[in-house]
Design a protein around this ligand. Structure first.
Ligand code: KMH
Ligand code: ZN
Length: 279
C-alpha cells in the first residue's frame, strides 16, 4: 500500500455527539448505539472518513463505560469502514483515570488534548503529567492519537511532547485545531494562521474545527491553508442563524461541498488510514 495520499484529498472527520448537548435540548443528537451507527453510515456515504466518538448511557448522559465503549467500537467497525476515534476528553466531569481507561476499548485512534483549557464556565483538565501518561499509553497500545489543540500554548506543548517522547504509534502526527471554545483560542483566520505557523515540523497532517458561529470561517481558513476539516453536532447545532442542524450528514455534505469548491476530493477511509498511520 502506498504510504502517502494525493495532496488534493480532504479528510472529513465527523464528531456527531460530543458531551455537552443534552438529548432533551436536541432530540436529533445521536446518543444511542443504533443512532450513532446510522449516523456513521450516512456520514461515510456523504464523504466522512473518520468518526470522533463520545458515547452516552441509557439516560443519554455522557459516559466512559468501558463495556459500552467496546460495544460501540465493534458496532461502528461492523457497519462502516470509518477510522474510529474515541474521545479521551470525555466530559469536563470525567476523572483522569477513567479517561486513560478509554484505550482499553482498542479504538483505531484517540483524541489527546495538549493542555488545560477554560471551557465555558467549566475547566477541561489536562495536566502535563496526564498528557504524558496518556501519550505513552497510546504508544504502548498502538493507538494513533489525534492531538487536540485549543490554544497556541498547546501547539507549543505538542512540540515539547514530541521532543520528549518521540513519534506516535504509526509514525504520523495528526492534529486538530479546536477553535472558538469560550476559554480557548478564537475561531478566526488569524488565530488559525498563527497556530499552523507554529506547528512542529513532525506534523504530517492537521484539521480544524470551529465551534458554533466560527464553523464556516474556520473551515474556509483551513481549506485555504491546505488543512482538513472536522465537522459535526459536537461542535455546531445550527446551519445558519436560527436554522437547526437536523443531521450530522448535512454538516458532512456541506464540508464536502466547501472542499470541492477548493478542488479537494473527500478521502476514503482507506486513504485516511494511510494519512494517519492507522493499521
Ligand atoms: N468534551 C470536551 C470537554 C475530546 O473529545 O478529546 C472535551 C472534548 C475533547 O470533546
Ligand atoms: Zn470530543
Amino acid at each position: 500500500m502506498p504510504d502517502d495520499v494525493p495532496a488534493d484529498r480532504l479528510l472529513v472527520t465527523v464528531a456527531p455527539t460530543g458531551a455537552e448537548t443534552t438529548k432533551a435540548d436536541c432530540p436529533q443528537l445521536p446518543t444511542t448505539i443504533d443512532e450513532l451507527v446510522r449516523t456513521a453510515v450516512e456520514c461515510e456515504a456523504a464523504g466522512a472518513a473518520m468518526i470522533h466518538v463520545h458515547i452516552r448511557d441509557d439516560q443519554h448522559a455522557p459516559t466512559l463505560d468501558l463495556g459500552r465503549l467496546k460495544e460501540t467500537v465493534a458496532a461502528l467497525k461492523e457497519s462502516t469502514g470509518l477510522v474510529v476515534q474515541l474521545s479521551t476528553g470525555g466530559s469536563v466531569h470525567d476523572p483522569l483515570d477513567r479517561r486513560l481507561k478509554v484505550l482499553d476499548a482498542e479504538p483505531d485512534s484517540c483524541s489527546l488534548t495538549m493542555g488545560t483549557t477554560n471551557f465555558g464556565d467549566d475547566v477541561f483538565s489536562n495536566p502535563w503529567p496526564f498528557v504524558c501518561e496518556l501519550y505513552q499509553l497510546s504508544q504502548e497500545r498502538g493507538v494513533v492519537p489525534e492531538f487536540e489543540l485549543f490554544d497556541l500554548g498547546q501547539v507549543h506543548a505538542l512540540t515539547r511532547l514530541l521532543a520528549k517522547y518521540g513519534l506516535p504509534a504509526g509514525g504520523k502526527v495528526h492534529c486538530d485545531l479546536v477553535m472558538g471554545v469560550p476559554g480557548g483560542m478564537n475561531g478566526t483566520t488569524d488565530a488559525l494562521v498563527a497556530s499552523v505557523r507554529d506547528l512542529p515540523p513532525e506534523v504530517t497532517s492537521w484539521s480544524a474545527t470551529g465551534i458554533g458561529r466560527s464553523t464556516l470561517p474556520v473551515a474556509l481558513a483551513a481549506l485555504s491553508k491546505g488543512g482538513h476539516l472536522r465537522v459535526g453536532m459536537e461542535d455546531v447545532l445550527t446551519l445558519s442563524r436560527g436554522v437547526p442542524v437536523e443531521s450530522n450528514r448535512q454538516l458532512v455534505e456541506r464540508a464536502v461541498e466547501l472542499g470541492r469548491a477548493a478542488q479537494r476530493t473527500p478521502m476514503t477511509p482507506g486513504e485516511a488510514r494511510t494519512l494517519l498511520g492507522v493499521a
